[in-house]
Design a protein around this ligand. Structure first.
Ligand code: NAD
Length: 477
């Protein structure tokens, strides 16, 4: 057992380890069994965390940006130094295979390093003979961060990097399904940021609503489902808390007939099934041109039958279990319903039997456009493949969704693909790529996929408010 796992999991409040009012069991999705206990914060612990953050705010906002950036870089190094131990905890609670878990830990470190390179500008909107007008970007105060279980560390650091580098302070809550890696990261960063700047608390279903209703927060940065996003927006309306909402998606990939099926199949497959298809920006509907439909379907099915779904601690596993029981039951019900409706399901390799949350990677062969596997975000290993023959019509089908997170176009003709990309109503479109995001590029959803963006200068600015100062050139008073 690693050193980090040897000590109990505690929350980080005001730079110190704090136990909860009780503990909750954390389940390993590969076995279905509880393997660790995480603290449960009540209203008192939440108040403590918000007060600690509020007390730390004046000094942190006044800290020169260079010093804040230095602390972020230091944090990035500490996280990278513990990547192996953290990856082990990550795999046990999240299910993703160890090598991919480590990639996420290192990704979080990379994000901190990269976001630290941005300067927070002062914009000059007028510089005339009589006056200069400066627009400063001021921090908001105490930020409430709530993250999901599918990328529990990276998505937390998108929020932490933005908030802390712009001079805000934070109370962060991981998902009750994946609290452990972030609790340990809170522990190893206790000496890196000043006490109270970054607080990490955990709890069950009651804690999120308590947080969003807490008057001490100036902003809520949330990543999760659209349904929860709507509840949070309603809660935030009470005192007009600022919001960034990164929500669900039902992303379409459009495959033009000129692709080389043998070359693109594996990338297309991973773009849909990486992390057992539990990615907001995964391909969730794949529109394939009639000319290549059969060939691509058979290739994808071949990959599903070949690649291993199993326990993430086993070195040859490519896809782990579904992360938690409710999600497993939801996706299983979707598969069962599709089968009962007479749709053609193409199943992948057999999965481990027992109490783990394993489902075979499954393709659905050209289901009707209005079936639930097409219209809903499955967020699990079931992917509809849909035939098309007319480009205008398929763009309309791709856009016919309440979501608008990301999309992809695949073609050997980049100009043609770009013309299609421009017509998709989504926050991101990839051409001949999948699942890409970078610290310098804003990512956010159109329609009900979100509100605001993360990453890039635009993402940073969402944690600030502009303050215009009008400065006369001469003292006239
Ligand atoms: P979820 O909405 O159930 O939970 C997300 C977080 O919100 C958890 O920490 C949960 O405890 C908390 N929460 C639940 N109810 C709450 C409430 N009423 N008030 C405050 N907090 C509450 O989502 P999930 O199942 O953990 O994650 C899957 C969803 O997240 C998918 O829809 C996926 O597309 C989306 N997602 C979006 C992005 C993005 O960047 N757009 C990234 C990852 C995941």
């Amino acid at each position: 057992m690693s050193q980090l796992r040897a000590t109990p999991y505690t929350m980080t409040i005001n730079g110190k380890g704090v136990a909860g009012v009780e503990t909750m069991g954390v389940v390993n999705p590969a076995s279905g069994e509880v393997f660790a206990q995480a603290p449960v914060a009540g209203a008192a612990e939440l108040d403590m965390a918000v007060s600690a953050a509020a007390a730390a705010f004046p000094k942190w906002r006044a800290t020169p940006h260079k010093e804040r950036a230095a602390a972020a870089i230091n944090a990035a190094k500490v996280i990278a130094a513990h990547a192996d131990e953290l990856a082990e905890i990550f795999t046990l609670e999240q299910g993703r295979p160890l090598k991919f878990a480590k990639e996420e830990i290192l990704g979080a470190s990379h994000w901190l390093m990269s976001m630290a390179k941005f300067d927070i500008p002062v914009d000059i909107t007028e510089d005339s003979e009589t006056r200069r007008v400066e627009v400063h970007h001021e921090p908001l105060g105490v930020v409430c961060a709530i993250v999901p279980w599918n990328f529990p560390v990276l998505l937390a650091f998108w929020k932490i990097s933005h908030a802390l580098l712009t001079g805000n302070v934070m109370v962060l809550k991981p998902s009750p399904f994946t609290p452990l890696a972030m609790l340990k990261i809170g522990e190893i960063l206790r000496d890196v940021f000043p006490a109270g700047v970054l607080n990490i608390i955990t709890g069950g279903d009651a804690l999120g609503p308590l947080m969003t209703a807490h008057p001490g927060f100036a902003k809520i940065s949330f990543t999760g489902s659209t349904a929860t996003g709507k509840r949070i927006m309603a809660s935030a309306a009470q005192d007009l808390k600022r919001l960034t909402l990164e929500l669900g998606g039902n992303d379409a990939a459009i495959i033009l007939p000129d692709v080389d099926v043998d070359k693109v199949a594996q990338e297309l497959f991973m773009g849909a099934f990486y992390n057992t298809a539990q990615i907001c920006i995964a391909t969730k509907r794949m529109y394939v041109h009639d000319d290549i439909y059969d060939a691509l379907r058979d290739k994808l099915h071949g990959l599903a039958k070949f690649l291993k779904v199993g326990d993430g601690m086993e070195p040859d596993t490519v896809f782990g279990p579904v992360q938690n029981k409710p999600q497993y039951l939801r996706v299983k019900a979707l598969m069962d319903e599709a089968r009962a409706d007479g749709l053609t399901l193409l199943e992948g390799r057999a999965v481990p039997q027992g109490s783990g949350y394993f489902l075979p990677l499954t393709l659905v062969d050209n289901p009707p456009e209005d079936s639930r596997v097409v219209t809903e975000e499955a967020f699990g290993p079931i992917l509809p493949l849909l035939r098309y023959s007319d480009l205008d019509e398929v763009i309309e089908r791709a856009n016919n969704s309440e979501y608008g997170l990301a999309g992809a176009v695949w073609s050997s003709d980049i100009d043609k693909a770009l013309a299609v990309a421009k017509r998709l109503d989504t926050g991101t479109v990839w051409i001949n790529q999948n699942l890409q995001s970078t610290p310098v590029t804003p990512l956010g959803g159109h329609k009900q996929s979100g509100f605001g963006v993360e990453n890039g200068m635009a993402g940073l600015m969402e944690f600030t408010q502009p303050k215009a100062i009008y400065i006369p050139k001469k003292a006239t008073k």
